[in-house]
Design a binder for this molecule. Sequence first.
Ligand code: IPM
Ligand code: MG
Length: 354
Amino acid sequence: MQAKIGTLPGDGIGPEVVAEGVRVLRRIGERYGHTFEFEEALIGGCAIDAVGNPLPDETLAVCEGTDAVLLGAVGGPKWSDPTAPVRPEQGLLELRQHFDLYANLRPVKAYPALADYAPLRADLLAGVDILFVRELTSGIYFGERAEQNGSDYAYDTMFYSTGQVQRTAKVAFEAARKRRGKVTSVDKANVLASMRLWRRAVSEMAVDYPDVELEHALVDSCAMHLLRNPARFDVVLAGNMFGDILSDETSVLAGSLGMLPSASLNEGAFGVYEPIHGSAPDIAGQGIANPIATILSAAMLLRYSLRLEDEARAVEAAIDAVLDEGGRTVDIVGDGALPLSTSAFADRVLQHLG
Ligand code: IPM
Ligand code: MG
């Protein structure tokens, strides 16, 4: 097949990890006879520096012309002055909103090869395989807000409509059907009106999925259960902010934040694929960042936007193989072992792709 892929490396370690994701995609293209064309554009802090806008029109135009986008990360200390007129993160949020990427899929699995390294006991990690479905274009991230420099108050608003909840819930129920048949819907219905609506909307949707088991969980206790008994979760459905927080929390199950990919999808085949980690300014430029999250995001791109399931699985299997043979980046290396650089780890992945 022929496909055009946009790349938005962004800030910090973004360019380092996206470069490895692109190498893997190129190799997949060669091995399976696909022609992938790449076009790069600016987003985040580097775009603010270049043109004063974290999501330049030109970047949107590039993305419009592609089948899918691979993104690195945005942000960093250089742009985090709270009084700055624009912030790198706005570019990411506007990108998600522009393409109506409401369904954010964040798979979390525990790797047996890392069981001894992960901060949680190995017996708790057996069989952990969770899919977060996070609502990505509404909720408190996009509600009405007031913020004025020097003012002694500010507010954000959590807003949800039934339609916004249900289109995301549908993605969760459909996914559960193909997995272990269970959805845990996360809310804070004991306190927040928007979350009572969330719970009602999800329950209504569940009527169409009698074969899927639905449980409602309050976000605070769910945060605890995700670490106490992670293997009991299948699909976890959450709003924008709760999904953001819980997915970072759950990365300890995988061993490191550097392991978790994501897909942000709309009603069509287009999607933006990005690691869930940030720009990691503390290690940027050193060539030591873990490229797994980005390479697995590239696998999700193959699966969801290009519908290349075999190719996606080949990439995932190559990551498993490198981990099984002891390949480690600095964030997942145990005592006494030597970490691989970002590109050396990706070299090993390429070797397994043949
Ligand atoms: C994520 C990130 C973003 C979010 C930030 C960078 C705006 O934390 O994708 O999880 O909060 O959505
Ligand atoms: Mg986050």
